[in-house]
Design a protein around this ligand. Sequence first.
Ligand code: ADP
Ligand code: MG
Length: 355
Amino acid sequence: MTPVSNSSVRVAVRVRPMSSQESDSYQDRKEVIDFIPNEPQIVVGQKQSFTFDHVYPPATEQVKVYETCVIPLVYNFLEGYNATVLAYGQTGAGKSFSMGIGLDSFVQKSNEGIVPRFIDTLFDQLAQKHGPNSTNYHISVSFLELHNEDLIDLLSPGVQTLRKENQPMVVIREDCNGAICWSGIREERVTTPHQLLCLLEKGSVARTTAATDMNISSSRSHAIFSIQLRQTPDGQQGKTITSKFHFVDLAGSERLKRTNAVGHRAKEGISINSGLLALGNVISALGDESRRSSHIPYRDSKLTRLLQDSLGGNSQTLMLACVSPAWSNLKETLNTLKYANRARNIRNRVAINQD
Ligand code: ADP
Ligand code: MG
């Protein structure tokens, strides 16, 4: 491994436009978020102010979000650094729209989210670096969904009919360099942007279909789209540089009201909150300097174990916190901003993975 350097988790906040339902409501029409021009600062309810690495008001275009906060991670990924983009926020706040891990971002080019844009940059840059049709690099992809503590392989051919009893046996472990890896999930090799886009679409459709079949809401599951890149630096046969990029569309962060949740739904809500709760505990432990060297509870949930490298480990990480501008969502907006604010204190230790 090459020398290790520190890299803070960066946090961007994106405020989506009012929905038509919100604009039609007398109470919601009043926006509860203010912006300070040219400052990455946000003021909520006229009294609470937060500063982040980036703040994107509702009129911000997809391309701006991608170019200002994701592209730097993509260039470093091509140099051999791991990267993670983590979308966090309540259901309907714009996580899937921003990430491009949903169905409506496939429609218009200008509305494309982060992942389809990443796919274009990845293949363009690799062709420039290694030449067209080079065999000096190898790209593979996996796409998984975590629902309760069950993992679903979204690229598996039988995903629509997958039930708990025939889900893949996934083993999450550390390799000899201490990096987290998982086995038992399909890793599909891809050689063209079209193939990769098709797998993104296939997995996104499977996520919705599997959720409908299992009578659950897909907003209550986490989706992780992962790209593995292996490169042989030019003129250095025998050497390999490997890097991973995780795109994570987290479950809705809202608290499920116990009175509204009964039976299966209640179990589902409580369990998903426990995944996000475990993530919150890891973020708190890592962000608190006095606790940083003590035990970090990664093993409390599969989500935190899968994301162990992304938080406090070897990865450059961006959290994209998505919020609604409407009055009725004020409480959830504040919760999201507080959660995101804690993530800013995390320091990761990054290095190129070279053999
Ligand atoms: P989430 O994944 O957080 O539950 P979605 O990404 O599905 O939320 O967004 C909810 C709705 O709001 C979708 O119809 C989406 O198209 C729309 N939306 C979200 N963010 C934006 C945005 N920045 N600009 C325009 N529409 C948006
Ligand atoms: Mg979503």
